[in-house]
Write a protein that binds this ligand. Structure first.
Ligand SMILES: *[C@@H]1O[C@H](CO)[C@@H](O)[C@H](O)[C@H]1NC(C)=O
Ligand SMILES: *[C@@H]1O[C@H](CO)[C@@H](O)[C@H](O)[C@H]1NC(C)=O
Length: 332
């Protein structure tokens, strides 16, 4: 058995001809390399989605050792003679033709696996679809996990909003919630009824200040408790009912929507008025640290200014651009 090492160089190549309509961008990356992941998820793929002018060529393969494992069968065992440029060439040819296996060495077996999945996705699908798959996979906690690799059918969507902010209300009532209802099989929806806010701590108790007044804090708190106490499909029905009303933070509205969506008003009030409500708001406050101007949308935990604005006009279209196997709701 003989082992040959082939090193391939890590390259990032971009040819940018001035004034050209299209630029070919080739990116070599390794599927478990943190630098590669950050670059693709935050820059290269969202950038590609934004521009119509890129011929993107992704190569999920980094500097790697390739073991070529050959099985040599003694020429003596078969009674044939070959004419070569010397005996060594014959021997070399024989090694090559009888190569039966190749093993690639990466940052662990899992990286080789991830690279291989990405390579096949790129081979089997158009580039827009393949990049959606790759972004979904790389943004996950464990990109080379079987579950993650299968799960390009789902995109995580986080929406920060404020319960009395007209922009938030319009976005949730007209786009985000109906869009979620259409594509609920493909969206992991994470609603955060909270904008960056001032928190006063007065003798141990937290006081939250909201941009649209005390009623907004109240509305956020009801939504936060509804989200905490109920499955997301029920919670979104409640929130849509509340936000579509003339006065979302009015007690009557808050209770009417609970009645309509089969949510326990008693449990909801208990959460809102108790320590639980405070805890939920405090957690939101930490999460909302960088979110200065809701509504703000994150895809797969990544913030991109354009991709945050886009779904306000068409939530379904934006979400579909992240999905691998287009569900029926995307095809209309
Ligand atoms: C909600 O339902 C309860 C119990 O059926 C009823 O007493 C209450 O008036 C209803 N509230 C609203 C606002 O519809
Ligand atoms: C806020 O943004 C900074 C800079 O990008 C980042 O380091 C930090 O983790 C973010 N904080 C939260 C709570 O997301």
């Amino acid at each position: 058995m003989k082992v040959i090492l082939v090193l391939s160089a890590l390259l990032v190549v971009a040819f940018a001809a001035p004034k050209a309509k299209e630029v070919k961008v080739t990116v070599f990356y390794a599927s478990l390399c943190p630098g590669s992941i950050k670059y693709l998820v935050e820059q290269a793929i969202p950038g590609f989605k934004k521009l119509q002018n890129i011929k993107l060529d992704l190569v999920p393969f980094g500097r790697t050792i390739v073991y070529n494992i050959y099985i040599y069968i003694h020429s003596q065992s078969v009674n044939r003679k070959f004419v070569c440029h010397g005996e060594d060439e014959c021997k070399g040819n024989r090694y090559h033709s009888q190569s039966v296996n190749r093993k690639f060495l990466c940052h662990g077996e899992d990286e080789c696996k991830g690279n291989r999945y990405h390579g096949c996705v790129l081979d089997l699908n158009p580039i827009d679809k393949a990049t959606s798959y790759i972004a979904c996979d790389l943004a996950a906690d464990n990109p080379s996990d079987d579950k993650t690799l299968q799960k390009a059918k789902e995109v995580k969507v986080t929406v920060f909003y404020k319960s009395l902010c007209p922009g938030s209300i319009k976005y949730l009532v007209e786009q985000a919630i109906p869009g979620f209802k259409k594509l609920s099989q493909n969206i992991k929806l994470d609603l955060v009824p909270f904008g960056r806010t001032v928190v006063f701590r007065i003798s141990g108790t937290r006081k939250f200040y909201c941009v649209h007044g005390r009623d907004e804090c109240k509305g956020n708190r009801y939504h936060g408790c509804v989200l905490d106490l109920n499955p997301i499909d029920k919670a979104t029905s409640y929130i849509a009912c509340d936000l579509a009303a003339d006065n979302p933070s009015d007690d009557k509205t808050l209770q009417k929507c609970a009645n309509e969506t089969d949510i326990s008003w008693t449990n909801l009030k208990k959460c809102v008025e108790g320590e639980k409500g405070d805890e939920i708001m405090a957690k939101y406050n930490e999460r909302a640290y960088n979110v200065t101007n809701p509504p703000t949308t994150f895809f797969n935990d990544v913030y991109n200014k354009d991709l945050s604005e886009e779904p306000r006009a068409s939530f379904v279209t934006t979400v579909c651009s992240f999905l691998d196997n287009e569900p029926a709701a995307c095809k209309k």
